[in-house]
Ligand binder design. Structure first.
Ligand code: F0G
Length: 357
């Protein structure tokens, strides 16, 4: 077993976020409390343990940042050599810093996530490196525990909805599988509905679900140049879409997409609850707000939203938002509707007293 004491992340009630989302109550399952600050740790404990069982020496992943941070830590802890591939200039410094600090051989490739994944799938086989992306089934088995843990913490009371952001869609497939299996085992008597939220500029799975009616079999049309400041979910060709499609359908779930402005504002509201999260995670609350407004989620529904990453993953985004300097990928300025501008003051007690009064 390879462990850094992942899991056991809290369920947090958030009144202000509930109100913003059009709900009476809202609970966050905060995966940012994990050792490397994201839900990837639940899968990586399992994935690296399997690499050891197989006698592998090197492990690799392509990542928008969190998988690489997590894999770097777990591989190094296990005495394995981590090799990570990341899109050059497109991951947050918090995540890149973690990978460097945890000792990963770090290759910044001049391509986007989808292109690098194709490249690395070939390379891993050729070089005998064990691939720990979420196409690895042991990662998915590990991430299933997020749902088991959540239900255990709620004394097995099934929520009406589980809301999560969708990128490569590994987590959607893990959550769906976990819930179905718990129902088959008789641990729960019904399935919560999954609501998967994507960023507008990287929403191929949303488009697929929209276009699906009447057409068979469904096929995902990749987004060639995905765009979003929520870099964790900046993915145009998610590999796990067939599994995710199966799980969302089995749960009677829905897809929603949200704009850059909606993500940024929802993120600030989660911050004001004293909770905080990274941009991709905030897509959940932005999505809930749209889904309650559309009458899809009822105001009195029992909703658990999964915050996938820690607030400190992307401090640059936060500073820019609060100081009114955050630009969307299309160049438009994001309004800091919940901005909190820092104030520069002189080294003078009188002046500071004046500012504070
Ligand atoms: N939220 C965060 C913070 C993530 O890092 C990711 C994925 C997701 C949501 C989406 O999860 O891919 O299972 O649908 N990050 C991956 C990475 C792609 O490389 O760290 P998904």
């Amino acid at each position: 077993m390879v462990t850094l004491r992942e899991g056991n992340t809290p369920l947090l009630e958030a009144r202000q976020a509930a109100q913003y989302g059009g709900l009476d109550h809202l609970t966050f399952k905060h995966q940012g409390f994990n050792p490397t600050g994201s839900f990837k740790d639940n899968g990586m404990t399992c994935g690296t343990a399997q690499a050891l069982r197989l006698g592998m020496a090197r492990v690799a992943c392509v990542s928008t940042g969190n998988t690489s941070a997590s894999m770097a830590a777990y591989a190094s802890a296990a005495g394995l050599q981590p090799v990570i591939f990341i899109p050059h200039g497109n991951i947050s410094y918090g995540k890149l810093a973690q990978a460097l600090e945890y000792g990963a051989r770090t290759l910044q490739v001049e391509a986007n996530f989808d292109q690098i994944l194709t490249l690395v799938r070939q390379l891993a086989e050729r070089l005998g490196i064990y691939l720990l992306n979420s196409i690895n089934p042991f990662r998915i088995e590990g991430q299933k525990t997020i749902m088991t843990e959540m239900l255990d913490q709620r004394d097995w009371r099934v929520p009406d909805w589980v809301v999560l952001p969708g990128g490569n869609l590994g987590n959607t497939s893990a959550f769906g599988k976990a819930l179905r299996e718990m129902k088959e085992l008789g641990l729960i008597d019904r399935l919560p509905r999954l609501a998967v939220i994507q960023a507008e500029g990287a929403a191929p799975f949303y488009d697929l679900m929209r276009a699906r009616r009447g057409k068979k079999p469904p096929r995902l049309t990749p987004v060639d140049h995905p765009q979003t400041l929520a870099t964790a979910i900046k993915i145009g060709d998610p590999v796990s879409w067939p599994k995710a499609l199966y799980e969302v359908t089995a749960s009677g779930g829905v897809l929603e997409k949200v704009s850059e402005q909606e993500i940024a504002d929802a993120k600030a509201v989660i911050g004001k609850c004293g909770i905080g999260c990274e941009p991709a995670s905030a897509a959940t609350l932005a999505g809930i707000r749209k889904l309650t407004a559309a009458g899809v989620i009822a105001p009195d529904a029992d909703v658990v939203a999964v915050l996938t990453g820690n607030v400190l993953k992307d401090p640059d985004y936060i500073y820019r938002y609060h100081t009114g300097a955050l630009d969307a990928p299309d160049g438009s300025r994001i309004q800091s509707n919940f901005g909190n501008q820092p104030v520069v003051v002189p080294n003078d007690a009188e002046e500071i007293a004046r500012v504070l009064s």
